[in-house]
Design a protein around this ligand. Sequence first.
Ligand code: 5GP
Ligand code: ZN
Length: 117
Amino acid sequence: TVSAPVNDCLFCKIVAGEIPGQIVHTTERSIAFRDINPQAPTHVLVVPREHHENVGELGAADPAGLADLVAAAGEVARLEGLAGYRLIFNTGRAGGQTVFHAHGHVLGGKNLDEHLA
Ligand code: 5GP
Ligand code: ZN
């Protein structure tokens, strides 16, 4: 079941091919494309094809879609040759979310481990 694209949603438009994206991986439920303003050597967004406002809404409404998204992030990391990566879901305006279509940031390609101590 693929929900209708949401008007004026940037990522629905990228999913629909109405706005170009540099796509690196796709599954039946998700697409992954490069962030337009990369914060690391690899910065890829993994996005469910269905519109959900944030990752919590996605997980509640479509657990298999969330599982697909997390697996797709791992596949992106493998394709990009990353030894490790960070998967981030900014949630809500106060959480830094600016596009209100659920997405994970796959960040890697530089040492991220210093921040985890
Ligand atoms: P958020 O802040 O919502 O977690 O992340 C939104 C991300 O979308 C940002 O990292 C931003 O750079 C990226 N972004 C915004 N507009 C576009 C676009 O038109 N194309 C692509 N590929 N990324 C975008
Ligand atoms: Zn959307």
